[in-house]
Design a protein around this ligand. Structure first.
Ligand SMILES: *[C@@H]1O[C@H](CO)[C@@H](O)[C@H](O)[C@H]1NC(C)=O
Ligand SMILES: *[C@@H]1O[C@H](CO)[C@@H](O)[C@H](O)[C@H]1NC(C)=O
Ligand SMILES: *[C@@H]1O[C@H](CO)[C@@H](O)[C@H](O)[C@H]1NC(C)=O
Length: 489
């Protein structure tokens, strides 16, 4: 059966376009970058206090260092205090340029001397490394984070600062930058509590160019204690199966979890772990449990690993929430791996549940199509998902399949999934992603039509199966007429 399939027009703009930036059109009266040091993810917020220097200035260009760009797995630009996400178009990455430019279209053109505060929020993944690389069960966990000293910009900047904030004041060391006397006469870096501040640095010329970078840009490193496990999901495989017969949305995740903290030095002692836990001093790099927010109203939740069912977890199911209601309720699963996960260890498991289809599906009368929202992932706080593959299996015979992903996938395609008792198979959509974080835990919208005939196909196949069973039974003269249909269906 031919499947008509095309993506709906996407609302986000990430098209590659030539630069419209003009170094004369703006200046930065101030740039403040705040880095929230974490484990697997690092949250960076940069505020640009912008002043237009030419009339009708509408496109502001943001610059990122190459390494910074490579670590960035999510970003968003807004006007400070506003909810609207501004359109950003990334400039073509020029092979011999060691910085990256992104053009932000402002809500309206600015007149000369008009000002605006722009906020760039980014999430960096794989940006920290454990140091030392090994730790015994009794030792602490410390991480290193490296970034560039200056926030680059194609415009001149009156003053800029970078603040690196750790979760605790236990900062072991930080780099003192060199050769910054052009920009400050004070101490170039200071620590206060859990914060290391670089700057203020004054009167910085346009810096998104080779000349500035080779002369002034330099790496800075902060070495800090981190008291939570560094969590990576090496691979997430999600299958979401929509059934109109059972009015059910089944979600099953296969997860390979990895503790990316310092690798365990020596042997693991459960006794040591238990005594540490008893005194509430468990090693910061040992993962004993994860708290996950699953949808409300789920049923038949299962959790098993390579050995079998894991029964030491606790689930509190919130009552089902109708799709039309805005209530933000979820079930809480305290998931306990079979053993505490130490640094360098992997743990593979499967987690699945059924949810009422009406909680995520609706029927559009005007088009006669169903619209289903399928979450890309269950957020795992603080973790990065290195690779994810999300499969959505639609009902048998679904046609006119359209979808809108919340952000572009690395790859996506549609195929046909055929199981026992299926006659024509089911359309199956696959989306592949890299480096996902809680910020990516959004929904894919899928719409399709299920013709009445397709609804009837299944009983027909089932009936045919019964008839062949009967035929066999009759041949064997052992007819049992009390076959329980429910078991088969
Ligand atoms: C912009 O500000 C500068 C400095 O304050 C002033 O000299 C100039 O006249 C202003 N231009 C306009 C168009 O307001
Ligand atoms: C695992 O638990 C499920 C549901 O509680 C049960 O149906 C299944 O038989 C169990 N499997 C094993 C291997 O114990
Ligand atoms: C964890 O899994 C990764 C990827 O499959 C593998 O390279 C690594 O060796 C595993 N680590 C351990 C301790 O088994």
């Amino acid at each position: 059966m031919p499947i008509r399939w095309h993506a709906l027009p996407l609302l986000f703009l990430s098209a590659i376009a030539p630069s419209l930036a003009n170094p004369q059109s703006f200046e930065n009266t101030a740039i403040v970058r705040t880095v929230e040091l974490g484990g697997a993810i690092v949250h960076v917020t940069t505020t640009y206090a912008v002043k237009a220097t030419q009339p009708g200035s509408k496109v502001y260009t943001i610059a990122l260092g190459l390494e910074e760009k490579q670590k960035t797995s999510w970003y968003e630009v807004k006007v400070k205090g506003q909810q609207v996400v501004l359109p950003v178009s990334e400039q073509i990455l020029d092979a011999d340029r060691n910085y990256h430019l992104m053009d932000v279209t402002l809500p309206k053109a600015l007149g000369v001397n008009a000002t605006l505060n722009l906020v760039l929020e980014t999430i960096q993944t794989h940006a920290t490394t454990p140091w030392p690389k090994q730790a015994s069960q009794k030792e602490d966990q410390a991480l290193k984070y490296q970034t560039d000293l200056f926030v680059l910009s194609p415009y001149r900047t009156s003053v800029q600062r970078t603040k690196l904030k750790s979760l605790t004041p236990r900062i072991i060391s930080f780099t003192t930058p060199e050769n910054v006397q052009d920009f400050t006469l004070d101490i170039p870096a200071t620590k206060s509590g859990a914060t290391v501040t670089y700057g203020p640095y004054n009167n910085i010329p346009p810096s998104a160019n080779e000349k500035f970078i080779s002369k002034h840009q330099q790496p800075i490193t902060v070495h800090y204690h981190h008291e939570q496990p560094v969590l990576e999901v090496l691979k997430l495989t999600r299958a979401a199966e929509i059934s109109h017969w059972g009015a059910n949305l089944n979600i099953q995740d296969n997860i390979v979890l990895h503790n990316a903290g310092p690798t365990l030095k020596g042997h693991f002692s459960r006794l040591e772990h238990q005594s540490q836990s008893y005194f509430k001093r468990a090693a910061p790099h040992a993962l004993a449990a994860l708290t996950l927010h699953l949808p409300a109203g789920i049923r038949n939740t299962y959790y098993y690993d390579l050995i079998g069912n894991v029964s030491t977890s606790r689930l509190r199911v919130a009552p089902s929430v109708a799709k039309t209601s805005r209530a933000n309720r979820y079930s809480i699963l305290e998931l306990r791996p079979r053993y505490p996960m130490m640094g360098g260890w992997n743990y593979s498991f499967t987690l699945g549940w059924d949810a009422p289809l009406e909680d995520s599906a609706s029927w559009d009368k005007s088009t006669g199509k169903y619209i289903v929202e399928v979450p890309i992932m269950t957020p795992i706080p603080g973790a990065v998902v290195d690779t994810a593959e999300v499969k959505v299996i639609l009902p048998e015979g679904a046609t006119d399949v359209e979808f809108v992903p919340p952000f572009p996938a690395v790859a996506n395609w549609i195929s046909t999934h055929t199981t026992y008792l299926d006659s024509v198979g089911r359309p199956e959509l696959t989306f592949q992603y890299k480096d996902l974080t809680v910020f990516h835990a959004q929904n894919i919208f899928i719409s399709y039509r299920v013709p009445l005939a397709a609804h009837l196909t299944k009983p027909f196949v089932v009936a045919a199966a019964f008839f062949s069973l009967f035929a066999l039974a009759i041949v064997g003269r052992r007819i049992n007429l009390t076959i329980n249909k429910e078991k088969v269906l």
